[in-house]
Design a protein around this ligand. Sequence first.
Ligand code: FE2
Length: 456
Amino acid sequence: MKLGFGGGFESQREEVENLELEVEGEIPEWLDGSLYRNGPAIFETNDSEAQHWFDGLAMLNRYRFRSGNIYYTNRALRSDKYREVTKNGFGPGGFATGGGILDSLKLVFGKPPDNASISVARLGGRHVALTESPGWVGFDPATLEATGRIEFEDDLGLHQVCAHLHRDEKRGETIGMGIRYGRTSEYVFYKISDKEVRREEIASIDTRRPSYVHSFGLTENYILFTEVPFDTSLSDMILSDGGFIQSFEWRPSEGTTLHIIDRETGETEQHDMESFFTFHHVNAYEDEDSIVMDLVEFEDSEVLQQLFLDTLESRSTITENGSLVRYRIKNSDISKSSMYRGIEMPQINRSRHTLKHRYVYGQATAREGCDGIVKVDTDTGESKEWWEEDTHIQEPVHVQEEGSEDSGVLLSTGLDKQANKSFILVLDSSDLEELGRAYLPFKMPFGFHGKFYSDL
Ligand SMILES: [Fe+2]
């Protein structure tokens, strides 16, 4: 029997608070803290439907680990967008749900939509749900209750932002980027110190046709921005009768441009690369006289089309074509090596961020009817996988125990299509052996990204 995605793109409205889950197997006693995950979970309301996966309404999830037990809380993010959609239905003003020119103008220059469904971060002591419009929403880490929009005390004037931020523990700052749209648009790179909710510009780069940017790389001294040839212009965006993403055009003959930006001075140099599309940089670091940059690469932007909900209905895999690749940049030479095909949602041991890492973890995506987990050893090129039939596994978040880079656990959520329920899975991150799992009382649709905080 073919189970499709088993409800991974179907709405879940039920909410629970601090529910103790029944653990199968054994959760390590040392694992203490909370995994927060974010993702779209409500796709239809008031006789209307979201058209793209990214337009579903955000749901926050918290898995609290204590003394071998797991407690679960979930709550739909009560944003302005949530109130509007639950009252009037899904309408224009989404990632891929369009209207007319006025709607497009409102989307770019009006109050930014705040359906913050992509990830979470801690900024200036506040917990924040993130999305690619500047409409970020604070939340209470205990109850997941929304606490209102995050208003930055600066005049950066960004119209669109990356939901992937880089937290630099050593410098006590967070690095982000966004785009200011205009006749000439600008990519803007900024930092936020831990004490303030204020963005300080590091550098800006002019462009006539801004690209779609989902993440970027960071080393100890540089920002690595891969400007892929999937781009738009302000006029195309305003005249498009689709949503935000429909005005973008794949123009592979333009190639990809790598911008290397000095984090201190903002000085920038450019390198030409072959064209590719990417959502996720993995990690980057300086290695003597070269820079190493790992990312998950696609041949083109087709993957974004595959994520329209009506397209997904006819597919048996979500994104099977992502490749883990390594670029080594030495002066003006750029060499590339491929390390694993069929991966998304890459993660590393967070203590290796901006430093040389050996292991990359990710969602393994190459099989029909399921998603697994993969661990890639970038030193040897070997990989190890974990699969279960009729089960879709999400992003694996690594939590280190004392010891080697790959000691500790991977925490992932999964959808068990035979049990018709979601679960939280705990694997040993050294050998991918299952340590334990715990089922939720319902199915939670596929989410995007999460973070583990050991003090919560
Ligand atoms: Fe992402």
